[in-house]
Design a protein around this ligand. Structure first.
Ligand code: UGY
Length: 272
């Protein structure tokens, strides 16, 4: 195996080099930097064609983690007629590159970079890349927690351009959140938002809460506080935060720092 072979696979370093990497896995959080999302760590999934996936998070311990998150890369002509094998799984899709078509209950929806889709558990959907270049999207899956007396939540198809950024209180708009799902709508048990910090803005206290997070950096760079550590992150990096992992950050500039944020919401805690 020579260097060209590895560079085709996505750039494993030659044996004469030792890469220092910021990948971290702890009991409270994990950091998967974009530099380690190479071709050799992809998965292929049943009933998907022309597609590979980077699995960024999954339930590990069997009781406390709520979600899995994949980056899906679909080549032109690729996709799936049977994307989701688990009827309990609801999904959020968020497109970061290229165009895809999602068909839900016989209706086609064109999604482009910045498009968001919420697909209720048990829905019948298909996905195709009809374009001429590869498409990339996040696929965040969670087992929906039904509530007696509540209607199941409807599907949502929207785009980030259709939502204003809501400023967090007392921040002069320097820290804001784009919400695709109304936080007061308790039918939904997961949110995927975009958090935006202007250059130099901060999350000024150690947020510590039961909601778990998947956090994918869309733009810019920052120093993120995770439990007792400060970690430098930039566009393309992923962080997984377990429930109660203390968190804060400084946005480094020169541009905005933006990330896609998963959180589980609006449900009682299971009592053992
Ligand atoms: N780390 C974060 O951005 N957390 C959010 N403020 C949140 O939990 O909504």
């Amino acid at each position: 195996m020579n260097r060209d072979y590895y560079s085709k696979l996505g750039g494993l370093p030659p044996q004469t080099e030792l890469l220092s990497s910021k990948a971290v896995f702890t009991t409270a959080y994990a950091v998967i930097p974009r530099s380690v999302m190479t071709d050799i760590v992809t998965s292929v999934l049943p009933h998907w064609t022309g597609t590979r996936a980077w699995v960024l998070s999954r339930p590990l311990s069997g009781f406390s983690e709520t979600f899995s998150q994949y980056v899906m890369e679909v080549q032109p002509g690729g996709g799936s007629d049977r994307p989701e094998p688990d009827k309990r799984a609801e999904a959020v899709l968020f497109v970061v590159e290229g165009d895809i078509t999602v068909e839900l209950d016989g209706v086609s929806h064109a999604l482009r970079s910045g498009s968001f889709a919420y697909l209720p558990a048990g829905s019948v959907w298909r996905l195709k890349n009809d374009g001429s270049s590869a498409a990339k999207f996040h696929w965040i899956r969670k087992a929906f927690q039904e509530v007696d007396g509540l209607e199941p939540p409807p599907a949502i198809f929207t785009h980030e351009d259709e939502h204003a950024i809501s400023a967090m209180p007392d921040t002069d708009g320097r820290w804001g959140t784009t919400r695709f799902i109304d936080p007061a709508d308790v039918r939904y048990d997961m949110h995927v938002n975009i958090v935006t910090l202007e250059p130099g803005a901060v999350i000024p206290f150690m947020e510590t809460h039961v909601m778990e997070h998947g956090l994918y950096v869309l733009e810019g760079k920052a120093v993120y506080r995770l439990n007792q550590d400060w970690v430098e992150v930039e566009a393309g990096d992923f962080m997984w935060l377990r429930s109660f992992c203390p968190q804060a950050c400084y946005a480094g500039g020169p541009g905005r720092f933006r990330y896609l944020l998963y959180k589980d919401v609006n449900r009682h805690m299971t009592l053992w």
